[in-house]
Design a protein around this ligand. Structure first.
Ligand SMILES: [Zn+2]
Length: 336
């Protein structure tokens, strides 16, 4: 798939997702059916793109169910435990990772312990953090400096974990991909602020929080002794606000740049605002075609929930947001 088609396919996915009426109560099965219907109906997508998006729907749903411990469980034929994920078994993945603890080391017990702790709590394949040997990073190129850190671009030869292979009972990698290396100043000193930030970064990944920049793990340059965070794509500079940008979007962007982190909107606030706006835009765009997931006629499954909207608790809505948080906007340079 070309970069442009990849972006197009993923934006189609995001469009379909915002059409889900998040104020209503839906089962995961309904959400998957709605997304699948929207993907299959889209005549602009090729069959390969549809296949990719249908797989992504299932992957996001698995991630949501595993993190929130909701949905229906199935018994794993290998370990006999009950798993929330369909494309993998979270217990088998955890066992695979813990069995591998003796096969790698960062050379530092404290760092090993943090990574091990992360791997015990985060078993969604694409979100697992790990110790990445420096030799696996190629074409390292200095980009910029800022925020007490130096930023490099690099190619990660093997790439992050991607899928669980049931037959071989092992995790498979996605293959070569571009990554960002963030080397915080004073990173050789484990008592420094650097170490605290690294811990926060790594532990953040194990929570359902919106993680704007994905963290794949840690590495260390053996020549200089500096540790580096291995991250997904990030923007170097704040984008310029274009002339015709809507007022609400401009103020949201500026809010996110506020020098004081306390004043910045939370991920839930951003999601709420953007999805509301997008939903109204797409509704107009689609006109009569618009259909919400609550349209019972379109749902043939028997699991339609009878809960009324008044049953909605704040706890429930935050779970739905976490599902959105799992959506993985792909960067064109992730090497697909
Ligand atoms: Zn299992």
């Amino acid at each position: 798939m070309s970069d442009i088609r990849y972006e197009f396919a993923n934006s189609t996915y995001s469009k379909a997702f915002v059409l889900i009426d998040l104020c209503a109560t839906h089962t995961m099965k309904e959400i998957i059916m709605f997304m699948s219907k929207k993907i299959n109906e889209n005549e602009e997508l090729t069959s390969a793109e549809k296949e990719y998006l249908l797989e992504r729907t299932q992957r996001d749903a698995d991630g949501y169910c595993v993190l929130s411990q909701t949905g229906s469980k199935r018994q794993c034929e290998y370990c006999i435990n009950w798993s929330y994920a369909i494309n993998y078994c979270e217990h088998c993945v955890r066992k695979y990772l813990t069995d591998n603890f003796s096969n790698w080391t960062s050379g530092n017990d404290e760092i090993n312990a943090i990574i091990q702790e992360c791997q015990e709590s985060m078993v969604i394949p694409s979100r697992i953090v790990e110790w990445i040997p420096f030799g696996n990073l190629k074409n390292i190129e200095y980009k910029t400096r800022g925020g007490y850190a130096s930023i490099f671009k690099a190619r990660w030869k093997d790439g992050r974990f991607d899928k669980w292979n049931y037959e071989k009972q092992k995790l498979e990698r996605r293959g070569s991909m571009d990554v960002i290396l963030k080397q915080l100043d004073n990173s050789r000193n484990l008592k420094s602020k650097w170490f605290q930030e690294t811990k926060t970064h790594l532990k953040c990944v194990t929570k359902a929080n919106l993680n704007v920049v994905k963290c794949y793990g840690l590495t260390r340059d053996p020549t200089t002794g500096d540790y580096m965070l291995v991250l997904g794509h990030m923007n170097w500079v704040r984008p310029k606000i274009k002339k015709k940008t809507p007022e609400w979007y401009t103020s949201l962007m500026k809010g996110c740049w506020d020098a004081n982190p306390e004043n910045r909107p939370t991920s839930e606030e951003i999601f709420r605002e953007v999805s509301e706006r997008l939903r109204s835009i797409y509704r107009n765009e689609l006109e009569v075609d618009f259909m919400t997931i609550s349209d019972k006629a379109s749902i043939s499954g028997s699991e339609y929930t009878n809960k009324s909207r008044t049953d909605l608790t704040s706890d429930h809505s935050s779970k739905l947001y976490s599902f959105q948080n799992l959506l993985e906007p792909k960067n064109v340079n992730e090497g697909n």
